[in-house]
Ligand binder design. Structure first.
Ligand SMILES: NC(=O)c1ccc[n+]([C@@H]2O[C@H](COP(=O)([O-])OP(=O)(O)OC[C@H]3O[C@@H](n4cnc5c(N)ncnc54)[C@H](OP(=O)(O)O)[C@@H]3O)[C@@H](O)[C@H]2O)c1
Length: 318
């Protein structure tokens, strides 16, 4: 089987095809025929070498934390999954592969309402969104949350989970993403490129989630925040805390280790009853070496709303 990885750090062109034996599932594991994998900003830092200091890995490195596909084999002591099940998997690395093996604690059935292509972009965003709302912010229904970067991979899931959990939502993004934001039906929509969002929603949010890639919230998050509100950033962000000195400032990754089964359970509940939960797909590319290189060129730029995913040939037209 093929995997897509690299033997040196550099630009998207360092990717190469790596042949490997198809991994057999061990105790408590399943083997997944991968039909799609998500491309995340983190993968680009693995490829460029920017992540190497914090996470030294041996070459070849095969990125990929988000996988969706169909189970093709089950190991001993697996009772909740069977061959043929549609599943997604949140994994530490190695998802850019035709087959993976995964522990069932990191695997979930794909909700009926979700396509394989969407599922390929959901695992990490689901886990991060769950962690933000339940572990870090401990949100309460009825309170107000503003999500900046709400059309992005993480932001769109945070926004929809927040709605499902009964919060009042404000979705903030570039006006290019207006239709995507409207498709989530949030309480309010704001476009930082068209108006002074910080002034319009000044001091209203109990919670602000900065889900912008690279952490730049255009200086509006802290202005939207209530005096004693909570601000959480998904990427490293420099916020002027002096504007709201009594607020709480949090960073994803600083909380407890995320509970993956609970995160997947929240996704399952949020998708039930045809309530319209969906993941926008920015670009669908083939699950080939050329597709992976093109995906990494795109992730370096400000792309369209939602996730970049690579999918198997049979799903390209879906
Ligand atoms: N700590 C963790 O565990 C963890 C986990 C997942 C993600 N992250 C980080 O969280 C951030 C969001 O991840 P994501 O997958 O949701 O990203 P994404 O979908 O690529 O981007 C989210 C939003 O950021 C804005 N954006 C995109 N590219 C940009 C650029 N080059 N410069 C400025 N803004 C840009 C866009 O919003 P507008 O067009 O509306 O401005 C986009 O919708 C990333 O920095 C990622 O590395 C961290």
């Amino acid at each position: 089987m093929n995997r897509f990885g690299f033997n040196q750090f550099g630009g998207p062109e360092v990717f190469t095809t790596i042949e490997a034996a198809t991994p057999e599932p061990h105790d408590g594991q399943v083997q997944i025929h991968v039909l799609g994998f998500g491309i995340n900003p983190y993968d680009a830092t693995l490829r460029s070498g920017a992540a190497a200091k914090d996470r030294p890995l041996d070459f070849p490195i095969v990125p990929g934390v988000d996988v969706a596909g169909v189970i093709t084999a089950v190991g001993p002591n697996v009772s909740d999954f069977a061959v043929g099940d549609r599943v997604m998997n949140y994994r530490p690395i190695g998802g850019y592969s035709e087959y993976v093996r995964a522990s069932t604690s990191k695997v979930a059935h794909i909700p009926d309402a979700i396509s394989i292509a969407e599922a390929a972009g959901l695992p990490q965003s689901t886990v991060v969104a769950y962690s933000i709302l339940t572990d870090l912010l401990r949100t309460e229904a009825g309170k107000t949350i503003a999500v900046i970067g709400a059309a992005g991979g993480v932001g769109s899931v945070v926004l929809q989970f927040a709605q499902y959990l009964g919060l009042k939502t404000s979705a903030i993004a570039n006006s290019h993403h207006h239709e995507t934001l409207a498709s989530f039906n949030p309480g309010e929509i704001g476009h930082y490129d068209l108006e002074d969002v910080g002034a319009r929603f000044a001091d209203q949010a109990d919670y602000v989630v900065n889900a912008s890639a690279g952490g730049n919230d255009h200086g509006i998050g802290v202005r939207m925040l209530q005096r004693h509100g909570q601000y959480v950033s998904v990427a490293f962000s420099t916020v002027d805390k002096t504007i709201k000195p009594n607020a709480t400032y949090l960073q994803v990754g600083a909380g407890p280790r995320p509970n993956v089964p609970s995160a997947f359970a929240l996704l399952n509940s949020a998708c039930a009853n045809d309530n319209g939960f969906h993941l926008p797909i920015a670009t669908k590319l083939p699950m080939t070496l050329a597709g992976v290189i093109a995906a990494h060129e795109l992730i370096l730029t400000r792309h369209g709303a939602g996730k970049i995913v690579c999918v198997a040939e049979e799903l390209e037209e879906d």
